[in-house]
Write a protein that binds this ligand. Structure first.
Ligand code: HEC
Ligand code: HEC
Ligand code: HEC
Ligand code: HEC
Ligand code: HEC
Ligand code: HEC
Ligand code: HEC
Ligand code: HEC
Ligand code: HEC
Ligand code: HEC
Ligand code: HEC
Ligand code: HEC
Ligand code: HEC
Length: 448
């Protein structure tokens, strides 16, 4: 036995029965195993020099050419479970963990940073070793994914939540999105799926082709749940902003809001944000803001701020998105139902009888002058000939010059009296009417 062999036998004894400290001083020297565990982030037993916690000598000769002097004290994951709690008790166990492949991810002696991994906090390289990287590399990448911090959301081993998430999806998201938490607690109206459902009904967690990590563009995204709206989008008349990408969001906030129906305020304010200009559309639509502002008389629903009482904000088959039938032109051959829009709020018998004492004040004696003007199956005058839809400076929503007739702004010159009124319109000679003492006309006014 030479000196070398003697030293080895001593070492063998030290390792198999002696203290870890003895093994450390002898195993990890400048000449031997200096690099075990890297340089900084040692596994705790390695740091303490307790090589024998994992390695047991099986041959007194070391180093042994062509053979092994040491064997692990247990095989594969069993070695790790000597000291660590066993995984597998939770509902979802990561496949390689179930398979005992601790070593695929962990270095037994030490790692680049914490956790004995071959990678630092950017775990992409590690995970992409088994997972297809494509879903993480689309145009818009989620912050934590972009820097590879997969375990900010996933437990790499096991979890009671689906997809190995460290908590329910909603809670996982709100861990970081504290601004959303704040808004959720402060808002009165919260969109149902945002309140309770997983955020992933609308968002992708990793990356996506659409901004804000949306699964689909709106309106398609919204229509998945709001199926009834599909009909409105296929209507003859669809409100333009809905057809634009992100269209729903021009009026609704998608998470929470201070006003009902997830609107940012009352509908008048929302609508006039766009309909307060002379340049909307081609040919341009009327500037509703200036139609209303400063006017003496506002049409009833507008006094209350409601454009939606008359217009469907989304789409329908009617002229100007009105919530009922209303003819588009100055004249319309009269048929039942074509004014159902106005008559849904106003006296439904207004146009029913040529004579009445109750259904309208626009009458000469009993003669119903609404009937006279409107109920004409060849050239019935539509309400717009006399009335403004939104507001006016004259009573009964009648402007002095009410309607543009081609190039000409037709004067109406309506004057109200306590029992009737008079008009000097561009349509016919001046006439008066009186409910109590019917005026007897010379000619035949407002020929039917
Ligand atoms: C927590 C358990 C553990 C501790 C503690 C430990 N090792 Fe290891 N070591 C392993 C495992 C696991 C392997 C890989 C075994 C295999 O692949 O067969 C290994 C492999 C080795 C190898 C083979 C070459 C290599 O790097 O793959 C050497 C040499 C080694 N260890 C030396 C040491 C020394 C020296 C110490 C003490 C400073 C030590 N080990 C502490 C678990 C440990
Ligand atoms: C002899 C006991 C022992 C064995 C065997 C053992 N470990 Fe450890 N391990 C520890 C101790 C002690 C710590 C430190 C725990 C702490 O800080 O709370 C630790 C910590 C870790 C850590 C965390 C490191 C960090 O930076 O926070 C990982 C990962 C780890 N072990 C993985 C393994 C794997 C994988 C195996 C099997 C190859 C294994 N361990 C085997 C004792 C052991
Ligand atoms: C798919 C890769 C992967 C596999 C397989 C894996 N781990 Fe881990 N492990 C990690 C990552 C990543 C971390 C760091 C977690 C973090 O960032 O919070 C970690 C952390 C740990 C820790 C320290 C933190 C903790 O959760 O207690 C221990 C201990 C550990 N792993 C043990 C094991 C054991 C034992 C096995 C095998 C049964 C194993 N790991 C298999 C990736 C893996
Ligand atoms: C912001 C949190 C978050 C981060 C960070 C994150 N994920 Fe996920 N991951 C999720 C959620 C949530 C699901 C479940 C998706 C669902 O419900 O459809 C998921 C699902 C998965 C799935 C299951 C298959 C699938 O796509 O549904 C894999 C695999 C996955 N993630 C891997 C990764 C990897 C790899 C990383 C790092 C590159 C990562 N994740 C980063 C939240 C995250
Ligand atoms: C050694 C290979 C391997 C590595 C490395 C790996 N995974 Fe997996 N992972 C799998 C396999 C296999 C499945 C099961 C795939 C399946 O069911 O389609 C899986 C499934 C998953 C799932 C879905 C679990 C479920 O049941 O829904 C998530 C999330 C996941 N891995 C995340 C990660 C993350 C994060 C990393 C990196 C820290 C990672 N994986 C690294 C092999 C691996
Ligand atoms: C670890 C922290 C973290 C977690 C967990 C997290 N996020 Fe994020 N998220 C971020 C960061 C950081 C950004 C980028 C913020 C920025 O650009 O202002 C971001 C951005 C976003 C964006 C905007 C992306 C864009 O292109 O504008 C959405 C949407 C989002 N996260 C949804 C989610 C959802 C859904 C979840 C849960 C599955 C989630 N986040 C979980 C950190 C996180
Ligand atoms: C009903 C679909 C839907 C749900 C559910 C949803 N979002 Fe969103 N989210 C959107 C849309 C659409 C956008 C795009 C911006 C917009 O139109 O308001 C968005 C934008 C974001 C943004 C980026 C813009 C911003 O406001 O900072 C973040 C972050 C975000 N969502 C987080 C979340 C979180 C966290 C949850 C779960 C609590 C969640 N979202 C639930 C539809 C949704
Ligand atoms: C995952 C399903 C889902 C998706 C996707 C979704 N919603 Fe909803 N939304 C609901 C549910 C559930 C309600 C509440 C039930 C109801 O009143 O119909 C609701 C209610 C609403 C309301 C009425 C709120 C109130 O106070 O009455 C509006 C407005 C709305 N959603 C707009 C949108 C918009 C815009 C989108 C697309 C960005 C969208 N929703 C996407 C499920 C969804
Ligand atoms: C021009 C503004 C505007 C746009 C764009 C818009 N909405 Fe609305 N939406 C409203 C208003 C105003 C209401 C309230 C109607 C009411 O109370 O009668 C409303 C109500 C709703 C409601 C509640 C159900 C109801 O009829 O009361 C849902 C759901 C809804 N909108 C979904 C959507 C979706 C999905 C989109 C995109 C396809 C969208 N909205 C686009 C203005 C808009
Ligand atoms: C985001 C801007 C925007 C908002 C907000 C908006 N609109 Fe519009 N609206 C338009 C555009 C653009 C058109 C089409 C102009 C054109 O091309 O003729 C239009 C057209 C209309 C029309 C005429 C439709 C037709 O068939 O001729 C009505 C009526 C209307 N909007 C009412 C409303 C009401 C009521 C609101 C509030 C609930 C509202 N709008 C909010 C942009 C908007
Ligand atoms: C009392 C019912 C009613 C209310 C309330 C109402 N509208 Fe109208 N609106 C109409 C009628 C009727 C027309 C068709 C006028 C015509 O062509 O003679 C119309 C036409 C329009 C047009 C098309 C203008 C054009 O160029 O011909 C727009 C835009 C419009 N309204 C926006 C609004 C906005 C914005 C509000 C809320 C501030 C609103 N409306 C409130 C009944 C109403
Ligand atoms: C959503 C309900 C609603 C619709 C639709 C509606 N109105 Fe009105 N209208 C009102 C209310 C409310 C008032 C004010 C209450 C009142 O003085 O009778 C009013 C007042 C009027 C007045 C003034 C009456 C007066 O005595 O000062 C006229 C004229 C009028 N509407 C015409 C119309 C015409 C024409 C239409 C169809 C183009 C129409 N309205 C559609 C609700 C409506
Ligand atoms: C030829 C002009 C003219 C036409 C066309 C016209 N109106 Fe009138 N309308 C009047 C006059 C004038 C009054 C005022 C009656 C009074 O109070 O003396 C009036 C009053 C009203 C009133 C107040 C209640 C009442 O009946 O006295 C309503 C509501 C009304 N009109 C609705 C309509 C509707 C709806 C139409 C279309 C179907 C219409 N008007 C068509 C001239 C007209």
């Amino acid at each position: 036995m030479n000196v070398m062999q003697f030293v080895l036998i001593l070492l063998f004894m030290a390792v198999s029965g002696g203290s870890g400290q003895a093994a450390e001083t002898t195993c990890r020297t400048a000449e031997c195993h200096a690099r075990v565990g890297g340089t900084k982030n040692f596994h705790e037993p390695v740091k303490e020099g307790d090589c024998s916690a994992c390695h047991k000598p099986v041959n007194p000769v070391h180093p042994l050419k062509g053979g092994k002097s040491f064997a692990p004290v247990a095989k594969n994951e069993a070695l790790c479970y000597l000291c660590h709690d066993r995984f597998g008790k939770k509902k979802v166990v990561h496949f390689p963990v179930k398979d005992g492949e601790c070593a695929y991810c962990h270095k037994p002696h030490g790692g680049v940073e914490r956790y004995l991994l071959g990678v630092g906090s950017d775990q992409r390289e590690l995970c992409y070793g088994c997972h297809d990287p494509a879903p993480f590399k689309r145009k818009f990448v989620h912050g934590p994914v972009a820097v590879g911090e997969c375990t900010k959301c996933h437990n790499p081993h096991e979890s009671n939540n689906k997809a190995l998430l460290s908590g329910a999806v909603w809670e996982t998201c709100l861990k970081c999105h504290v601004d959303v938490v704040k808004a959720l607690t402060e808002s009165i109206y919260i969109h149902t799926p945002v309140k309770s459902g997983p955020c992933t009904v609308c968002h992708l967690p990793h990356s996506g082709e659409i901004s804000s990590l949306l699964k689909k563009t709106t309106p398609a995204l919204c229509l998945d749940c709001h199926k009834k709206m599909d009909k409105q989008l296929k209507a003859k008349n669809v409100h333009k902003p809905l057809l634009q990408e992100g269209g729903c969001s021009t009026c609704h906030s998608t998470h929470f809001a201070k006003a009902k129906k997830l609107l940012s305020g009352d509908d008048k304010t929302i609508c006039l944000a766009c309909h307060g200009t002379d340049k909307l559309g081609n040919p341009p639509l009327k500037n509703i803001k200036s139609e209303i502002e400063g006017k003496k008389y506002l049409h009833g629903p507008i006094q209350k701020g409601g454009c939606k009482d008359c217009h469907d904000p989304h789409g329908n088959d009617n002229f100007r998105l009105l919530k009922g039938k209303y003819p588009a032109d100055i004249y319309a051959p009269y048929k039942d139902g074509i004014y159902s829009f106005c008559l849904s709020c106003h006296e439904k018998n207004m146009l029913r009888f040529s004579e009445t004492t109750i259904y309208t004040k626009f009458r000469n004696g009993k003669r119903n002058l609404h009937y006279v003007h409107v109920v004409n199956n060849r050239k019935g005058r539509t309400c717009r000939v006399c009335h403004q839809p939104h507001a006016s400076n004259g009573v009964k929503l009648i402007e002095k010059e009410n309607l543009k007739f081609g190039e000409w702004q037709i004067p109406i010159n309506f004057n109200e009296t306590s029992t009737g009124g008079s008009c000097a319109p561009g349509c016919h000679q001046a006439f008066e009417y009186d409910r109590d003492k019917p005026v007897v006309y010379g000619g035949n006014p407002a020929k039917k």
